[in-house]
Design a protein around this ligand. Structure first.
Ligand SMILES: NC(=O)c1ccc[n+]([C@@H]2O[C@H](COP(=O)([O-])OP(=O)(O)OC[C@H]3O[C@@H](n4cnc5c(N)ncnc54)[C@H](O)[C@@H]3O)[C@@H](O)[C@H]2O)c1
Ligand SMILES: [Zn+2]
Ligand SMILES: [Zn+2]
Length: 385
């Protein structure tokens, strides 16, 4: 089949090297992919920052498709069902899944205890091939895949597999109270959704920080928030202190992660020298600009090794740090409600629609943030209409 094929840092291609996936366990389903997005998380893989990303891996953890085969024990899906597939691979029955911590399943990734399973996210996250392909094997098919309701547009459905619930969970973990000032670092798809969702929890003021003017402009309109270019602020922490009467923000959200720009030292040690699990600039800023007793919510991705963050300030300011992979399945019903009410319009963030054959160009464009790219959807040739 045609599939995205990782050849090494900054080198991906679409080729026919991979055989069609087969049912390997009675609980599996095979899905013919109709849409598959490229995520900021894929960039960490693409840039070679995620350990154990093996040559030959197919990325893609945000996809929709049609069920073409089911294993003998699958009960909830049948051939022909149109499904959206959450990015978490989760067993549904372990103690963590029972707590709806589907991003932290204890069974789906036997190779590691510190990270759950995810599609197309290296052998560190279980070694499951992803959906940037014509077909994908979906384990635990009765757990994650969700039949797309007839009134949900397929472009919206594919964004429910990650970005929308992740942004929502970022706001939720912030413990936002009525009137709070919420600062979101990062105006990528996740930050955009976090800013939009912050209002749902009663935020009184939402401020987004990034350095890509086109994304700041987009989020200003999309989430009706303030948005600033950190390069024009001088010291963003000082700016955020000044604008909050020197108290600091009530809640800060890190929606940037391990490839943050803005600090030579962090970039040099985290991205070039690999002396820490990525550049922690946004998290550093978040900790320093939140108020005493405030909450810092982290949904962005960092490597498994340590990071240089001001833990002394966390202690002395009494900050609560909350972090997790999004638990997509837990949040889906609520996300569908917000979509139906018209509050969230996920597909508005899609800027590019690219045939799977051109996956190399699509990664380059998204990585280099060319052509005002916010979100790219890959369409396999076998997707149908
Ligand atoms: N926890 C989860 O479940 C989950 C799910 C999806 C994505 N993620 C992670 O969330 C993060 C964001 O994903 P995305 O798809 O929006 O990525 P993206 O690459 O599209 O966006 C990141 C944005 O951060 C901006 N940025 C860089 N340095 C900054 C800084 N110092 N301060 C403020 N902004 C800065 C970039 O310009 C960019 O616009 C990534 O780390 C991704 O891996 C986590
Ligand atoms: Zn993603
Ligand atoms: Zn589990």
């Amino acid at each position: 089949m045609l599939a995205m094929n990782y050849r090494g840092p900054f080198r991906v291609r679409a080729d026919y090297y991979k055989p069609d996936p087969e049912i390997e366990h009675p609980g599996d389903a095979i899905v013919r992919v109709t849409r598959s997005c490229i995520c900021g998380s894929d960039l960490h893989l693409y840039h070679g920052l995620v350990p154990d990303t093996r040559v030959g891996t197919t990325f893609g953890h945000e996809f929709t498709g049609v069920v073409v085969e089911t294993g003998a024990s699958v009960e909830k899906l049948k051939v022909g069902d149109q499904v959206l597939v959450p990015f978490n691979v989760a067993c549904g029955v372990c103690p963590l899944c029972k707590q709806e911590l589907y991003g932290n399943c204890h069974e789906a990734n036997p190779g590691a205890t510190a990270v759950g399973g995810a599609f197309g996210y290296s052998h560190l996250a279980g070694g499951y091939d992803g959906g940037q392909a014509e077909y994908v094997r979906v384990p635990y098919a009765d757990v994650g895949p969700t039949i797309i309701p007839g009134d949900i547009h397929p472009d919206d459905a594919v964004l429910l597999t990650d970005v929308v619930p992740t942004g929502y969970q970022a706001a939720e973990m912030g413990g936002i109270r009525k009137g709070d000032t919420v600062v979101v670092f990062g105006a990528g798809p996740v930050g955009i959704m976090a800013a939009k969702c912050a209002w749902l929890f009663g935020a009184g003021r939402v401020i987004v920080i990034d350095h890509l003017e086109y994304r700041l402009e987009f989020v200003r309109n999309y989430a009706q928030c303030e948005a600033y270019d950190f390069r024009s602020l001088g010291d963003p922490v000082l700016f955020l202190k000044k604008t909050t009467d020197y108290y600091g923000a009530d809640v800060c959200i890190d929606a940037v992660g391990c490839e943050a720009a803005g600090s030579f030292l962090q970039t040099f040690t985290g991205r070039k020298g690999m002396l820490q699990g990525g550049s922690a600039t946004a998290l550093y800023w978040a900790i320093n600009s939140v108020k005493k007793g405030g909450i810092v919510s982290v949904v962005s991705v960092y490597g498994p090794t340590g990071n240089f963050i001001p833990i002394g300030n966390v202690v002395n300011k009494g900050i609560t740090l909350r972090a997790n992979q999004a638990s997509v399945k837990r949040l889906l019903p609520k996300m569908i409600e917000h979509l139906r009410s018209g509050y969230i319009d996920p597909k508005a963030i899609i800027t590019h629609r690219v045939p799977l054959e051109e996956v190399a160009d699509a990664y380059h464009l998204f990585s280099a943030k060319l052509d005002n790219c916010i979100k790219t959807v890959l369409i396999p040739p076998s997707a149908g209409a």
